[in-house]
Design a protein around this ligand. Structure first.
Ligand code: ADP
Ligand code: MG
Length: 472
């Protein structure tokens, strides 16, 4: 059964009409979650009744909180056993989910969330499990590993979540998911969340879910916020056309989608040769490289992130002025997802698409799905808006040392605004990872900040620092 909910009704989207405890509701208000997103309004009432659920909505629509609030409602904090498990496709998505669950759970007494992903030693994770975890979040492979070694006991599990299920299927995790699901108690609630609805999802739900209700929030956007334009290009002009677009519109942050990894690499090379700050995101990057690319893009020290669809799926990137479809995607649903990355919240966004003659069939399918004709423009309309090259407002400093050294964002901010004498406004996002800390600073003070941090102290210790963009 598929249902849709009218979320234009303000009262219907109020969290307080849900059976949530008052502490959780108060915390939601503190987080600025004043109203439910459409997928939350559609799925939470069903999930909070304990029913199995398949929920589909585009990236960035708030799916994490939808399942996190449901699993927290099933949780007894005084019972020291794993009661909920979330399977995610990658470590960075697992980290995002863990962070969101912790934020939503902070109103409750000490709820322990443990992340279980590959790429780090088993021992630390085993120790965290031994100290008692209420919720585990991780990738199927690593969770299987802990199950096989007897480190993870699922007897008390009451909620199983499959997050970004489409991407897990893309990555070939069907059998791993099956192995893990079979070890969960049959008397449990299973929640499946996905941005798209490929065939494998039905197979998963038949095997591991009980009479699930399917909820889908249509992948249409409020047209006013995303302004779409199309440019016809010859194959030979395509990559250069991207720089014409950037120089004309001058967006601070742009996500450029290519259909292949080779195209991603070529585009980055072309953009860099012209002085743009561009980074590529595609499968096969090492986790550390991926982390650094995403940090630099999210903190506004890289102008253009060039990505394949699979690599960009699920990433929570805010503040994006522009999406460029360097290649037209053959799947019109994918086009809707791509352009939905811009025009979030109350911001307006540009979606610029480059199409050659032999892509016109795909353009037609997109027009059909959007029920709108394309707005075509000519490359000759694109003129540089400034003689200055387009450069990012920030630069990233990498400090050797992170959570393992107990560095906190406040320590770094303190070091920069204290003795070093910078203002708060000159410091941007601070990301503390396990072994590294990344801090964005106003590009005009980057070298000075590098010098002052290198010669000064963070948390009473001298630290190694470098500018992240200088290695390539
Ligand atoms: P998805 O999993 O659907 O891609 P996320 O769960 O990552 O989306 O949510 C995207 C962003 O929206 C996150 O930064 C999250 O904190 C925020 N968010 C989620 N729900 C709400 C809400 N009800 N009000 C405001 N912000 C929200
Ligand atoms: Mg998600």
């Amino acid at each position: 059964m598929t249902s849709s909910v009218d979320t234009t009704d303000n009262a219907a989207a109020d969290f307080s009409r849900l059976p949530l405890n008052p502490a959780i509701l108060a915390n939601l208000a503190l987080l600025g979650y004043t109203r439910m997103t459409p997928i939350q309004a559609a799925s939470l009432p069903v999930a909070l009744l304990g029913k199995d659920l398949i929920a589909q909505a585009k990236t960035g629509s708030g799916k994490t909180a939808a399942f996190a609030l449901a699993l927290l409602a099933n949780l007894n904090a005084r019972r020291f056993a794993v009661q909920a498990m979330v399977l995610c496709p990658t470590r960075e998505l697992a980290d995002q989910v863990t962070t969101e669950i912790r934020r939503l759970a902070r109103a409750e007494e000490n709820i322990k969330v443990v992340t279980l992903c590959g790429g780090v030693a088993l021992r630390g994770q085993t120790a965290s499990l031994e100290h008692g975890a209420h919720i585990v979040v991780g990738t199927p492979g690593r969770i299987m590993d802990h199950l096989a070694r007897g480190h993870l006991n699922l007897e008390a599990l009451n909620t199983l979540v499959l997050d970004e299920a489409d991407r897990m299927l893309d990555m070939g995790f069907f059998d791993d998911i099956a192995t893990v699901a079979r070890q969960c108690p049959p008397e449990r609630q299973t929640l499946l969340f996905s941005a798209t609805y490929p065939e494998g999802i039905a197979k998963l739900s038949q095997q591991f879910m009980k009479a699930p209700q399917t909820i889908s929030v249509q992948a249409q956007h409020e047209k006013s916020k995303i302004r779409q334009r199309w440019y016809e290009v010859k194959e030979s002009e395509r990559l250069h056309a991207v720089s014409l677009v950037l120089n004309h519109y001058r967006p601070v942050s742009t996500l450029a989608f290519c259909n292949t990894k080779v195209q991603c690499r070529d585009l980055v090379a072309v953009l860099r040769a012209q002085g743009f700050s561009a980074l590529a995101l595609y499968g096969e990057l090492e986790q550390r490289e991926r982390d650094q690319v995403l940090v630099q893009f999210a903190n506004r020290s890289c102008s253009v992130l060039v990505a394949t669809d699979v690599a960009a799926r699920g990433l929570d990137i805010t503040q994006l002025e522009m999406v460029i479809n360097v290649d037209v995607t053959p799947d019109p649903e994918v086009h809707i997802h791509r352009i939905g990355r811009t025009g979030r919240a109350d911001e307006e966004g540009w979606a610029i698409s480059l199409a050659s003659m032999n892509e016109m069939g795909s353009v037609g399918k997109i027009e059909q799905l959007q029920k709108a004709e394309s707005d075509w423009h000519k490359l000759t309309e694109l003129t540089p808006a400034s003689k200055e090259p387009l450069t990012p407002p920030m630069r990233t400093l990498q400090i050797v040392g992170g959570r393992k050294e107990k560095i906190r964002a406040g320590d770094v901010l303190g070091a920069l605004t204290g003795e070093a004498g910078f203002t708060r406004e000159q410091v941007g996002k601070i990301n503390v990872n396990e072994f590294s800390t990344y801090v964005a600073v106003d590009s005009r003070i980057a070298n000075e900040a590098l010098h002052k941090l290198s010669t000064g102290r963070v948390k009473g210790k001298s630290v190694k620092v470098r500018l992240l963009d200088e290695e390539a």
